[in-house]
Design a protein around this ligand. Sequence first.
Ligand code: SF4
Length: 287
Amino acid sequence: MNNRPYLKKPEWLRIKMQGGQNLNHVQKTLDKFGLTTVCDEASCPNRMECFSKSTATFMILGSVCTRGCTFCDIATGAGQIIDKLEPKHIADAVKALGLKYVVVTSVTRDDLPDGGAFHFADVIREIQKTSPSAAIEVLIPDFKGNRDALNTVIEAKPIIINHNIETVPRLYSEVRPQAKYEQSLELLKRVKETTDGIYTKSGMMVGLGETQEEVLQSLKDLREAKCDFLTIGQYLAPSKEHHPVIEYVHPDVFEIYKKAAMEMGFKDAACGPLVRSSYKAHEMLQD
Ligand code: SF4
């Protein structure tokens, strides 16, 4: 897919390596409970920093996705057997790590009748049982627009329902061909129509060939869907087989997006080259 000239990484994407005993503690705990994180599966550049702060984003429903977005490093293919003990194991890990803020995401399971919504609900309820003070954010797939599936997650009462639009509508066919822009917006809108007790959040990557006007229009679309929180980060190609990086967006442009987002009424917006959907997610609720 990538026969474009190599784009040299700019200095603002240099990451200071983090370490420390917390890093090992988190890793050991994840291994002990046989848990997967999107941090590892998607090769997130921030995982050292997050792990050293005892935060991680748990990935449920296996590590193989039934879709194949061209920016994503997660394995694609047939969905794996669901681990019925996963909700308990995640709740045990949350307790063991003393997490105050928990993010749970998943691969997309178009092979399951409700896309795995029941499993999200089970995980949320298990965590609420053993760590009642922990704030839970779920980063969910689009469940192919299945209303009942979304209601299953809403009824479990996470504090934030996050669903990424990922990019601007013009690029969907080449970046996330199995998703629909309008369907993703509709999901966020439906959460707000169903309850005002849950925050919504969405995120985008830039540097895939979008224009600033297109990004600003997507922010307007998200606000029309009453989306509360926003993240925008730089796309980094996991390999030459993935969608190429078209541009390394300058930090000043991220400032423009942040300013515009706050003027549009988002409760908070994290915009920066290394920002990811659940990067420093807990800080957004603190403001
Ligand atoms: S649906 Fe999500 S996990 Fe699956 S390929 Fe796309 S981004 Fe990756």
